[in-house]
Every structure is written in structure tokens, then in C-alpha cells.
Write a protein that binds this ligand. Structure first.
Ligand code: SF4
Ligand SMILES: [Zn+2]
Ligand SMILES: [Zn+2]
Length: 315
């Protein structure tokens, strides 16, 4: 197999694009694709001050490093859940990338604020760890944006993540979520920053190849709570379909985005603003909530801990 550009031996075959590349030309191809996505969907605009939600995994660290290569300066935000070695190693990898690209990272330590790790917080709330984690992450990520003046939160969600989530929503006809997923979400009047996913059209395999070829040292282990998640089953199912019909995942997601654009065009006032729009605001901290106290303030109240949301700044 030869590289499509230079004819040297290819190191990666991309069946969904019916092509193959050597390391050098794969990096160029990948970066160009991300750049095109950013431009096509207006993900990053002139004057933006973006921040990347980093986890220590391949997706977020690749995105962070790639933006720097593209000349887009972005700091990072990391939520330390206090999950033993997994959280410790993740933070080490994040700090190494922060040093390499010369950007700072804001770190929110769950154990420092809640006096216990995410497993214990979830137990007190009688929720699954992922549910407590999602609530805290949403809160602190928006908080850092508002406090430090970042107007755009970027995440490393890739094509496989989005296809699996969409597949689950279609499978169970979760109409309330179906059209809320988008490649970007507009801001909500100064309360929630804009959000965007530049890897929306890049497969997990492509992102992993990008990380490995460009020497980004990321944590291979997944969060221990991700084991057994339904999305992993959906990813496997979509993986087998992709195996026999390369390009299906990309078609699924591109078709979805096209439909969504159509819906937004034909019903501009129907509230297709994704899940970024709040319905009310927390009486204690002013954060968007469904009414009364927000989840973050309710958790602190339950634990009898006074309000705080402190960040460590590294770099
Ligand atoms: S898998 Fe881990 S990081 Fe992901 S939502 Fe669950 S607890 Fe949070
Ligand atoms: Zn080549
Ligand atoms: Zn609140």
C-alpha cells in the first residue's frame, strides 16, 4: 500500500476515505480536515478566546496540541475526579502537554472542594458516578469560562462518540435529545459559553493515529466508570457495520448534520439551540438550572459545605 501523495510505503489506510498515507502526509491530511471543519461550521471565529476541556486522553490532548500548531492559542481546563492512579496519571500527561505547548491549564480538584472523591460524592447524591461527574464538569467548565473570559469551550468528542450517542438516541427514540446534539452550541446570554467539537467528523482511529504519529503522550486507560457503558456497545455495533461498509459512520453523522441544518433553517424560532439554553437560574450562584438551586449548589448543601469553586492554575 502506497501513500496517495508521495508514493512511499503507507503507514495508515483510511478505508472510509478510500485512501492511504505515510506519517507525514497523514498529519497534513488530518490537520487540513480539522481546519476545513472549523471553517465550514464556523466553530472558531475571529476574536474568540477558546479553552479546551482536557482529560488526559488522546482526543482532548490531540485537539489542544493541534490548535497550537494551527496558531490558535487555547488554555485548558481539567476536572480532577480523585480516581486514584487514573486521575494522577491523567494530570501528569496534561501538564506535560501544557509545558510543551506553553499554555496554562486550570485545574478543579473534586476532593478539595467536596472533601471526597467523585465515587463518594455520587453515593451521597444516590446517583451514578457518571451522572455526578457530568453535573460537576458542566458547572465548573462554564464557571471558568465566565470568570476568566473564555467565550468558547472546545471538547475532543470524535465521530465515534457522536455516532454512538446518535445511534442510542435513535434506537430508543429519545426525541428530547435527538436534535439537541450539534457540532456547536451558541452561548446563552452571558451565562453559558459557546461550545464546539472540532473532531466531530474525525474517527477515533484517526485521532489516535494523529496522537501517536505526532508524539503526544496520552493516558491509554479509560476512566474506570466508562466500563460497561451502553455507548461502548453502540461503538462496537457501529464498528462492525463500518468494517463491512467503510464510510457508514461518517455518512450517518454528516447526514444528521445536514438534516439538523435544514430543521434550523425552516424553524429558526423553534428553540433548536441545543442543550446550551437554560430554563431558569440558581438562586444561590446564578448558574442556569431547571429551577431552585443548581445541582452543584444542591450537592454542597447536602454535604453541609459552604459554597466554593476554586481552581489551581498551572503553567
Ligand atoms: S466515565 Fe468517568 S469521566 Fe466519563 S462521565 Fe463517567 S465518571 Fe466522568
Ligand atoms: Zn506520503
Ligand atoms: Zn448554584
Amino acid at each position: 500500500m502506497k501513500c496517495r501523495v508521495c508514493g512511499e510505503t503507507a503507514s495508515i489506510a483510511l478505508r472510509s476515505h478510500k485512501t492511504a498515507f505515510c506519517d507525514t502526509h497523514f498529519l497534513i491530511f488530518f490537520e487540513k480536515r480539522v481546519q476545513t471543519t472549523i471553517r465550514r461550521y464556523g466553530l472558531i471565529r475571529a476574536g474568540d478566546r477558546p479553552i479546551v476541556a482536557v482529560s488526559g486522553g488522546k482526543d482532548s490532548l490531540s485537539l489542544w496540541a493541534l490548535l497550537q500548531r494551527m496558531g490558535i492559542a487555547a488554555d485548558g481546563i481539567y476536572v480532577n475526579l480523585g480516581i486514584g492512579d487514573y486521575s494522577r496519571v491523567s494530570l501528569e500527561k496534561i501538564k506535560a502537554v501544557a509545558d510543551a505547548i506553553g499554555r496554562k491549564v486550570h485545574i478543579f480538584h473534586v476532593p478539595a472542594t467536596f472533601q471526597r472523591d467523585i465515587t463518594e460524592v455520587a453515593k451521597v447524591l444516590r446517583r451514578a458516578p457518571c451522572s455526578a461527574c457530568g453535573m460537576i464538569k458542566r458547572y465548573v467548565m462554564n464557571k471558568i469560562c465566565i470568570e476568566k473570559g473564555y467565550n468558547l469551550l472546545l471538547t475532543g468528542h470524535n465521530l465515534d462518540d457522536e455516532a454512538a450517542a446518535l445511534f442510542g438516541n435513535v434506537l430508543y427514540w429519545k426525541k428530547e435529545y435527538l436534535w439537541k446534539k450539534d457540532i456547536s452550541l451558541e452561548e446563552d446570554e452571558g451565562h453559558l459559553s459557546r461550545k464546539a467539537k472540532p473532531f466531530f467528523l474525525c474517527s477515533e482511529r484517526e485521532v489516535a493515529a494523529y496522537a501517536i504519529i505526532s508524539g503526544i503522550d496520552y493516558i491509554y486507560e479509560e476512566c474506570p466508570f466508562s466500563k460497561g457503558a451502553k455507548t461502548i456497545t453502540y461503538k462496537n455495533i457501529l464498528g462492525s457495520i463500518e468494517e463491512s461498509s467503510p464510510g457508514t459512520k461518517l455518512m450517518f453523522i454528516k447526514g444528521y448534520l445536514k438534516e439538523l441544518e435544514e430543521i434550523k433553517r425552516s424553524s429558526p424560532h423553534e428553540g433548536f439551540r441545543g442543550s446550551n439554553a437554560g430554563t431558569g437560574y440558581c438562586g444561590a450562584c446564578g448558574y442556569p438550572s431547571g429551577g431552585g438551586l443548581c445541582g452543584y449548589c444542591r450537592t454542597l448543601e447536602k454535604l453541609e459545605i459552604p459554597y466554593s469553586a476554586e481552581f489551581e492554575e498551572y503553567g
